[in-house]
Design a protein around this ligand. Structure first.
Ligand code: PLP
Length: 256
């Protein structure tokens, strides 16, 4: 369908916008001048008044294969006609195993197990729980510390906002997860280039040495005789370090 074919498509604007809360949105301002998307095709959204909007962000990074594409529409239609939902506790559907096998075949190294979730926030909270449970069942229950990065975004679940480094996302929600520290961020306005190998673009900002919990994350410029600077880097080199945080030993906990 061409752009011209879809311009006439428009749904009516609801007469009451009150009930629905939108996330990360100034709701009052939005409701005064709502931006409503009625439909989409390939790389365009179409607003309720028929304007085409180029979807440069692929949804919120989740429609990377394009919108409303025939093969995808057909696959969704076929699946809904066969089975719309299977309970996930004590039951499963064969295709879930097929998909997990395909993902592990694509994934590098020994990333060979899959746990499905419905959103990034849920995935992050699940990953944190899996990391903690992993140490617990191995008899290392004292390794419960989680380390994120200042400015990091890990969704909006309690675990994600605790380990995430966006203060605005957590300031209204009390004490959150205990035992979280943050490393300094990698944002550098002068050197905003991305490099695969690290310097000069992506690197830890040398100016930020204090984590948001008040825990130092970089050694002082002069060598210290205190054991804490020897303990922390060692913990972060351990193989258990995960991308959203690492569970650290009780020894390093005491060093904060
Ligand atoms: C690293 C990371 N964690 C969590 C999320 C949250 O995902 P969702 O919006 O699906 O909850 C995102 C979303 O961009 C993300 O990039």
């Amino acid at each position: 369908m061409s752009l011209a074919d879809t311009r006439h498509v428009a749904t009516s604007v609801p007469n009451d916008l009150e009930s629905l809360w939108l996330p990360f949105t100034a709701n009052r301002a939005f409701k005064k001048a709502p931006r409503l998307i009625a439909r989409a095709r390939n790389m365009h959204y179409f607003t309720t008044d028929g304007r085409a909007v180029l979807d440069g962000a692929a949804g919120l990074w989740c429609c990377n294969a394009g919108h409303n594409r025939d093969p995808i529409v057909e696959a969704i239609r076929r699946q809904a006609a066969e089975l719309d939902y299977a309970p996930a506790f004590q039951f499963c559907h064969p295709r879930a195993f097929e998909l997990a096998n395909r993902i592990t075949a694509l994934a590098p190294g020994d990333l060979d197990h899959v746990f499905f979730c419905n959103s990034g926030s849920e995935a992050v909270d699940s990953a944190l729980k899996i990391a903690l449970a992993y140490h617990n069942v191995r008899g290392h229950g004292s390794r419960f510390r989680l380390i994120g990065r200042e400015r990091g975004y890990h969704g909006v679940g309690f675990g994600g906002i605790s380990v995430g480094g966006i203060v605005n996302n957590r300031k209204f929600f009390g004490s959150l997860l205990a035992g979280v520290d943050h490393l300094s961020h990698t944002y550098n306005r002068e050197q905003q280039a991305f490099t695969k190998a690290g310097p000069p673009g992506a690197r830890i900002s040398p100016t930020s040495s204090t984590a948001s919990s008040g825990c130092r994350t970089r050694p002082p410029s002069r060598p210290s005789s205190s054991s804490r600077w020897r303990v922390r880097p060692a913990c972060c080199r351990r193989p258990e370090v995960t991308s959203s945080g690492c569970a650290r030993s009780a020894t390093s906990t005491a060093s904060c």
